[in-house]
Design a protein. Structure first.
Length: 317
């Protein structure tokens, strides 16, 4: 393992399955490689705890900005994670117990001096839905509950609501229902598993037609452009995975105000790369596990967001 420069490891989903045209982790790896950092590749199955040490089977990795041929993997070797300077935790949700177990392993490496982005403790502490409650003045009316009767009361109060699971991603299992929708009971039964699972309800924000804006924060500072995910016709979900169209746009005054309110709280917890979701002037989510949209914004506005992230990480070494 090279000690002449920085050794950066990445824990991610299989690299052969990513979509290089829009994969944010690839953007980060390209930015690190441009700095002559050595790259080391791991999946969840490659890391383990043994006798108090965080150990991994890892492969040296080379990446290319090529939509047909974007990576090359070297031979696998076994070493401790403490041989790395930085580890990027870029495993996509679901945020399940397997994800949490992985953070325990990474936390052992972190305690031995490895810089982990984003930090394991923060990944566990900050649920991407409920953490918006830290900033209630910035959010639409929001309820988190297992109670179907409370959800129905909330729908009656706000007339039209968005309901979603606390551990979802990509628009999965998000419903928009009116208080008089004949399907509301079955929707709430499904989301709460008949009152045995917490879910979130938010007052519907009609500005979703103009897009669900993803704003990226690097070291607490907002990238000056957002990526609006505009729902396709007949949809209310502003998720690219649900068929939304992406359109970059400058931040509004309201966007900047929201970002400035959230940024310091993220940095305080060691979160150097965060994606916040804003509809109209309302904060709806704070994404910390595996935020995306670097590639789209870089391409549209000639930015180097991943490069800025690498600078932020290097500053903390």
């Amino acid at each position: 393992m090279s000690r002449s420069g920085i050794n950066l490891g990445v824990v991610m989903d299989p690299i052969e399955n990513i979509k290089p045209v829009k994969d944010t982790t690839l953007a980060m790896l390209l930015a690190a490689q441009r700095r002559d950092w050595a790259l080391w590749y791991m999946n969840l199955g490659d890391i383990r705890l043994e006798n108090g040490s965080a150990i991994a089977h890892m492969c040296e990795l080379t990446v290319r900005d090529d939509l047909d041929d974007w990576y090359a993997i070297g031979d696998k070797r076994e070493t401790t994670l403490t041989d790395l300077d930085i580890v990027l935790m870029r495993k996509d949700p679901p945020f399940d117990m397997e994800y949490i177990y992985a953070t325990y392993i990474l936390e052992i490496a972190e305690k031995s001096g490895v810089l982990v982005g984003n930090p394991p403790q923060a990944l566990r502490d900050i649920n991407e839905k409920t953490s918006t409650a830290w900033f209630p003045d910035l959010c639409p009316a929001t309820l988190v509950s297992r109670s179907m009767s409370e959800m129905r009361r909330f729908a009656t109060l706000h007339k039209k609501i968005v309901v979603k699971p606390l551990d979802g991603m990509g628009g999965k299992s998000i419903f928009v229902v009116a208080d008089d929708d004949p399907n509301i009971n079955v929707v709430l039964e499904t989301l709460t598993d008949f009152g045995s699972r917490f879910a979130m309800a938010q007052a519907f924000v009609p500005e979703i037609t103009a897009g669900d804006k993803r704003i990226l924060l690097v070291d607490g500072v907002a990238v000056p452009y957002s990526l609006a995910r505009i729902p396709k016709k007949g949809e209310n979900r502003g998720n690219l995975a649900a068929g939304a169209t992406a359109k970059g746009m400058p931040l509004s005054d309201s966007d900047r105000k929201i970002a400035q309110a959230i940024g310091p709280a993220m940095v305080e917890r060691g979160l150097l790369f965060v994606g916040i979701d804003v509809i109209g002037e309302a904060l709806t989510e704070i994404n910390v596990t595996s935020p995306t949209c670097i590639r789209e914004l870089d391409a549209e506005f000639d930015l180097d967001i991943a490069g800025d992230y690498m600078k932020a990480l290097a500053k903390r070494l």
